[in-house]
Write a protein that binds this ligand. Structure first.
Ligand code: GLU
Length: 548
């Protein structure tokens, strides 16, 4: 008479290590009190989704802010959905965001003592767990084919009962072991299912770090733990991996809430303490006044690649995501800046109705972040972006990187600098006038001088300014411009102008605007004296003397 052990040995003869021996290889971590071991566990099924970056950032900050450990685990057991090469892309994109694993899967080799960190290399580990359950009669062989399962489902639909493999519908749960032995020996394909002890008429509960107490229907399903291909399902891999890796907080998408009773049952069956769970809200978007999930199909910003293409600094994207993760972040940043490792992230400050993605807000944070970056380090970042996405900007940077740096840093020493660019792709348009060849093109399109001045006046006025203005410092320069303007009939004091507009050519704003248009090609520009200082006297003179 075969017993559970006979069947387990027949199914998994290659597994000779016991669960106890396996556990001994992964000793308890020695970490200080309160340290969180967190992990990000994506599947290599395509590009990095913005929601995944959000999830990774949170796992990372949890570990960093508690002196814990952040693990990157590659969940590649769903071989049908795996996209070749996307593991490398995930790893390199996360690294470029500074989300660097303390332990985890790296294409060139794992880092850490609790691996392997790629699930497809953990097959033997899962099988040890499966064998342990089989030997104790807590898992069993199920020979049902997809057609059999469809037939069971049909009956359930007819009887209007819950679909699934459970209770009386769990066809192979109580097969005589002789029959199991004979059918396995005959080569019939099978999966291994967990024998649930749960009663779906009962409730089960757990405390979620974000949502508090959650009560759910208990799990009564005999879920598959080992598939026909010998790889585990998510549920089983999650329990074994997070136990062996010593994960203390599982932060994952809210779509996993309904499966949590399954996971808690498995932890209990193994006699293991479950981790704490934090089920993260989905990132939403306002679409014509309605909230909906950020969609891969409809929204380019659903892909992290979009931010990279647009040239948002990675740090700015994270800062923005943190502002939607914790509502108090923005206020905190006014005092403390944008060092995310210093931010006391808290699940209790997380909104439950879904984080709302708002491109305008991203632009705001990105401008703020960029306003604080300058010098050659900023040039290097823009250059790295331009090398992939903008050959024309790259060519301009390469002409003279130091000049480009001055252009980028305009107004940055001021209290409230202008924030003309939110992303690297905005830079080229807002700095064209600094390049003479581009400026000529702008001029060809006609410059937007105020039409109340005729061409001859503009020409003669700007010539006088060019001849007489000082280049010394901003105050001296402005005084010299004022003096010339006054001689040419502009009112220096706006009050006087307002009282008597007809006796003047215009006010100082009008005069300055003529200069601004001649020098920058626009009525709206950064501080004119700073522009002039970057262009230098010769180029400024040419622009003032040839204003059309
Ligand atoms: N691979 C799972 C996913 O991508 C991970 C969920 C988890 O973090 O446990 O949804």
């Amino acid at each position: 008479m075969p017993d559970y052990k006979t069947i387990a040995d027949l199914l998994l003869p290659e597994v000779t290590t016991s669960l106890e021996q396996l556990l001994a290889k992964y000793p308890k971590r020695q970490l200080k009190g309160g340290a969180v071991v967190s992990r990000f566990a994506p599947s290599p099924t395509g590009f990095l989704h913005t929601g995944s970056l959000f999830t990774a950032m949170i796992a990372h900050v949890l570990a960093k802010s508690t002196d814990g450990v952040y693990i990157f685990r590659l969940e590649d057991t769903d071989t049908k959905r795996t996209i070749e090469g996307s593991d490398r892309e995930l790893v390199s994109q996360l690294l470029s965001f500074g989300i660097v694993p303390d332990e985890g899967y790296y294409p060139e080799g794992d880092k850490g003592e609790y691996g392997p960190y790629r699930q497809s290399l953990r097959e033997n580990i899962y099988k040890i767990g499966v064998k342990h359950l089989l030997e104790r009669g807590r898992a069993y062989v199920d020979f049902a084919t997809p057609e059999d399962l469809a037939a069971i489902k049909k009956v359930q639909e007819e009887n209007k009962v819950l679909p699934g493999y459970y209770g009386v519908y769990a066809r192979d749960r109580n097969l005589p072991l002789e029959e199991v032995e004979a059918r396995v020996k005959s080569g019939e394909p099978y999966v291994i299912r967990y024998k649930s002890l749960g009663d779906p008429n009962q409730k089960t509960s757990f405390d979620d770090l974000i949502r508090g107490h959650i009560e759910l229907q208990d799990n009564g399903m005999d879920i598959v733990i080992l598939k026909r291909d010998g790889l585990p399902t998510y549920h089983f891999a999650h329990v074994m991996d997070d136990h062996l890796m010593g994960t203390t907080v599982v932060s994952r998408g809210e779509e996993w809430i309904p499966s949590t009773p399954i996971h808690l049952q498995l932890f209990k069956d193994f006699g293991w303490q479950p981790p704490r769970y934090a089920h993260l809200p989905v990132i939403m978007k306002l679409d014509h006044g309605n909230k909906r999930k950020l969609s891969k199909r409809k929204d380019p910003e659903a892909s992290v690649g979009y931010f990279m293409e647009q040239g948002y600094p990675e740090h700015a994207v994270l800062v923005y995501l943190m502002s939607i993760a914790n509502s108090n972040f923005e206020e905190w940043s006014f005092e403390n800046g944008y060092d995310l490792d210093k931010f006391p992230f808290s699940f209790s400050k997380m909104s439950l109705d879904g984080a709302l993605f708002d491109l305008d807000k991203l632009n705001y944070f990105s401008k703020e972040v960029l306003a604080k970056e300058k010098g050659m380090p900023l040039v290097e970042k823009v250059k790295a972006w331009a090398s992939s996405y903008s050959p024309t900007l790259l060519e301009k940077i390469n002409r003279d990187p130091i000049y480009f740096s001055k252009v980028l840093d305009i107004e940055k020493e001021r209290q409230n600098p202008r924030k003309d660019y939110a992303k690297y792709s905005d830079i080229e348009a807002s700095t064209r006038f600094f390049y003479d060849d581009e400026f000529l093109k702008i001029k060809e399109g006609g410059l937007p001088y105020d039409e109340k001045f005729d061409r001859d006046f503009i020409k003669s006025f700007l010539k006088k300014v060019s001849d007489g203005m000082s280049y010394e410092d901003e105050a001296t320069w402005w005084n010299s411009v004022k003096e010339i303007a006054a001689k040419e009939g502009f009112a220096i004091a706006n009050k006087e102008y307002k009282a008597n507009p007809d006796s003047f050519k215009g006010n100082m704003a009008d005069a300055a605007s003529l200069l601004r248009v001649a020098i920058t090609g626009s009525r709206n520009s950064p501080n004119l004296f700073e522009v002039i200082s970057i262009l230098g006297k010769d180029r400024t003179t040419i622009r003032l003397e040839e204003p059309f």
